[in-house]
Design a protein around this ligand. Structure first.
Ligand code: NI
Length: 306
């Protein structure tokens, strides 16, 4: 289900999908309460009017390894009993949605040609009855039954980047786009590097501590030599926050002392080496894989956000 990308509106049905759905559901049930949104308070969207009671982004770490790398944000929505949410579509994201509690109809197609896709939350029900895939630009709306409906949505863009497009109220032939969340609602909190660094001790396992403009701010602890690699596309910034390390290139090396940074251009082979533990801030595109072109045991595909 999470793997399909056909432009045809479809639900998926492979064994792999079923396995993932089971993992996602288990992740939600076991972790939901203690690993919720940043401040633990569901957000009530003023623009949602009477369509939704509450919604909030969920950290992807809740789902462990169950999600494909393409998924960049997840959300829980509580939809009001009896509501019809109205047509919307996402020009920049492929949405997957599962029914989590109660039932509803996630209609697709658009005004005058809505097609019904009833969904239930019964864990014993088949994939097709609980889960739906909505490719980019496909109009959809939820029609809720006589009980509040809780659904979980997954998107292929970060929460801050998700765009919602709706028909313009004043002109049915036009649409309006807006970002689903105001970035500040998520990120107007300062970050203290020492506090973040105190939250983990594993080495060579970067943690995301910030995101902006498709780039990520990460913290990582290094000790010993890393693997030689390069990045085909991404330039990487390394800032020594604590301790010192050496960035090796094939023909020379550069020592980075605390408070110093270095930018490694894409295409350049490099290998960080720390004789003693060093704490390093990375700034690089979200697409950057830590081992670049080399897949090794140290490759971390999905980074934890702390
Ligand atoms: Ni690198």
């Amino acid at each position: 289900m999470l793997a399909g990308s056909s432009y045809e509106f479809r639900r998926t049905r492979t064994a792999e999908s079923a396995r993932r759905l089971a993992s996602v559901t288990a992740g939600l049930r076991s972790n939901r309460s203690d690993r919720g949104a940043s401040d633990g308070k569901p957000r009530v969207g003023p623009d949602c009017g009477n369509r939704a009671i509450a919604w909030e982004p969920i950290p992807l770490s809740v789902f462990g390894e169950a999600l494909p790398v393409a998924i960049r944000s997840s959300w829980v929505f509580i939809l009001r009993a009896g509501a019809i949410t109205g047509a919307e579509r996402h020009p920049n994201s492929h949405q997957r949605m599962m029914s989590y509690r109660a039932t509803g109809d996630l209609q697709t197609g658009g005004e005058g040609k809505w097609q019904s896709n009833p969904l239930v939350s019964d864990p014993a029900a088949s994939m097709e009855k609980r889960w739906i895939s909505v490719p980019p630009n496909v109009w959809h709306q939820a029609a809720v039954s006589d009980r509040d409906w809780v659904v979980v949505s997954f998107h292929t863009v970060q929460a801050q980047e998700l765009i919602e497009e709706r028909p313009a109220a004043e002109d049915a032939g036009r649409t309006r786009q807006r970002h689903y969340v105001v970035a500040s609602a998520l990120s107007l909190e300062k970050v203290n590097l020492s506090e973040k660094l105190a939250q983990f001790s594993d080495r060579w396992n970067p943690k995301i501590v910030g995101e902006l403009n498709g780039q990520q701010v990460k913290l990582v602890k290094l000790q010993g030599p890393f693997v030689w690699h390069h990045h085909d596309q991404e330039d990487e910034l390394f800032l020594a926050v604590k301790g010192r390390f050496r960035m090796e290139f094939r023909d020379r090396h550069v020592w980075l002392e605390q408070d110093e940074f270095l930018i490694v251009p894409h295409g350049v082979e490099h290998r960080p080496v720390a004789d003693e533990e060093a704490h390093v801030l990375l700034f690089e595109p979200a697409s950057t894989l830590n081992t670049g072109n080399v897949k090794k045991e140290r490759t971390v595909e999905r980074l934890e956000t702390i």
